[in-house]
Design a binder for this molecule. Structure first.
Ligand SMILES: [Fe+2]
Ligand SMILES: [Fe+2]
Length: 201
């Protein structure tokens, strides 16, 4: 049986934790939209803005660069078996910010125009949620499984150091802490973001 090293366990856990944080905010945003759709009392729109701010910045500045730089690069070095999947995931990394911007614009239109501007907002949020959930699932099912097969102990030590932030300059650590604070704020005030609360799909 393949025994996981401490570095592999730790790096894998960090990636999964970061995915859980992203999922929580994505589910919260979806909850928000569905509450409006069902005519329930909508949460404070400032929460929605905070979620979008998080989804715009955290993947772009914290999570995706680490995946590209440490995990994907090491995997490419060890095997070509995952090249197509890695290229697709990198393409999706580049798409994410544009999708969030689309939601920001649709939210602004909804705030100005009201109910008639709601359907495009709902559509973009649902599409983004499916996009982001499928992206993380692909990483966990294909990339982490492949990583467990192909990467060496030396690779895992480097990936663990990269994901733990050991190589981060001070500013990198500060950015991470800022997003951690923003995440706690969102979780404290937004319904639908609790880890026990899952949507059906
Ligand atoms: Fe990713
Ligand atoms: Fe990821």
């Amino acid at each position: 049986m393949h025994v996981l090293s401490a570095a592999q366990q730790n790096a894998t856990r960090i990636i999964q934790d970061e995915h859980e944080n992203l999922s929580a905010v994505v589910h919260g945003m979806r909850y928000f939209i569905r509450a409006i759709d069902q005519g329930k009392k909508a949460p404070d729109p400032r929460v929605f803005h905070a979620m979008l701010f998080y989804l715009d910045g955290y993947p772009e500045r914290v999570h995706h660069p680490k995946e590209d730089r440490y995990l994907f690069a090491r995997l490419r070095h060890r095997t070509s078996e995952l090249d197509i999947t890695l290229a697709e995931l990198e393409f999706q990394h580049a798409q994410g910010a544009g999708l969030v911007r689309g939601i920001q614009h649709a939210l602004a239109r909804f705030e100005l125009a009201g109910a008639s501007a709601f359907p495009p907002l709902r559509k973009l949020v649902e599409e983004y949620a499916l996009f982001q959930i499928a992206h993380m699932r692909l990483e966990e099912d294909i990339v982490l499984t492949g990583a467990a097969r192909f990467l060496t102990q030396e690779d895992w030590i480097a990936i663990d150091a990269g994901f733990s932030g050991i190589h981060d300059p001070l500013t990198g650590a500060l950015i991470k802490n800022d997003f951690a604070k923003l995440f706690s704020l969102i979780i404290d005030i937004a319904p639908g973001t609790g880890s026990m609360e899952k949507t059906s799909d």
